[in-house]
Design a protein around this ligand. Structure first.
Ligand code: GUN
Length: 285
């Protein structure tokens, strides 16, 4: 039986520390969130972010646009927020409607207010290993591994999924910590042969039940990033068959209650970091 990585409890303790630190700053850290359209998952994420901001004592502003909004209007709002002294971080909730250029909107965010670290300048800094911030899901996973004293240095780390939000930056972060990183994706010919090598297996494919017990090395640490809605029960489930894999892995994240709360906590951490830099309390831009 493996140790369950309790992201919910860890995130609550991190939020408590963030709140204490924020209260000592000359003003409240501020984040602006841009939401476009009516995707229920995005609406839920945004609602939870607002709740976390209240808990951490942050200012939070929501800009809720219909999916008919023009790119120009979005760019105008981003530009105003870039110049707003009360706003430290700007987040554009993804995905945007298919007709819009996510790249164009993300690139309009001032790099020093890019709370997700999605701007190409910040991605470049990640590649060089000197980024002030990392995207929230990968940094949440790294904090969780640290907190349970799971080493990365010298370990085989298999990343299933190569999205810009999770897979790619996660691999870079593990590489920076001296892991040997293997990226797997839908063109990987024999996924099980790769995942069976993993000391640390991180799965963000969005395919319920993808990872079965015989695909996991005994003693591995298994991190499940996915949030799939089970079509039968309606409940959230991950990509890993938890009940099978928990008897093989040393460590495993539950869904929900694993990576999700850590992602949210890291967003608060990133806002705090940007706010401190904006207030001149940290070096840099
Ligand atoms: N959509 C799903 N995850 C994320 C995230 O971490 N940041 C943003 N901006 N949108 C998302």
């Amino acid at each position: 039986m493996s140790t369950i990585l309790d992201g919910k409890a860890l995130a609550a303790s991190i939020r408590g520390k963030i709140r204490e630190e924020a209260a000592r700053l000359p003003r409240r850290p501020g984040i602006a969130v841009l939401l476009v359209g009516e995707d229920p998952a995005s609406e839920l994420y945004v609602k939870n972010k607002a709740k976390d901001c209240v808990e951490c004592g942050f200012l939070s502003q929501l800009f809720d646009f219909p999916d008919t909004v023009s790119e120009e209007e979005l760019l105008g709002t981003v530009s105003k927020l870039n110049a707003d002294p009360a706003i430290d971080g700007v987040l554009v909730q993804l995905p945007l409607p298919a007709c819009m250029s996510e790249r164009r909107i993300i690139e309009a965010i001032a790099p020093e207010k890019d709370v997700d670290a999605f701007h190409p300048l910040n991605v470049g800094r990640m590649v060089h290993g000197d980024s002030l911030l990392w995207p929230c899901t990968p940094s949440g996973i790294a904090v969780m591994l640290d907190s349970y004293a799971i080493p990365v240095d010298g370990k085989i780390c298999v990343m299933v999924g190569r999205s810009d939000i999770v897979g790619k930056p996660m691999g870079l972060l593990l590489l920076r910590r001296h892991g040997t990183v293997i990226y797997c994706h839908r063109h990987t010919p024999d996924l099980a042969a790769m995942t069976r090598q993993a000391d640390i297996l991180i799965v963000a494919a969005g395919r319920q039940g993808l990872i079965r017990a015989d695909m996991v090395k005994p003693g591995a640490a298994v991190v499940d990033v996915a949030m799939n809605r089970d079509p039968v029960t309606g409940k959230f489930t991950g990509d890993v068959c938890f009940d099978e894999v928990k008897d093989i892995a040393s460590f495993i994240t539950p869904v929900p209650g694993g990576v999700g709360p850590m992602t949210r906590a890291m967003l608060m951490q990133n806002v705090l970091t940007l706010a401190k830099r904006h207030m001149g309390l940290l070096p840099g831009a």
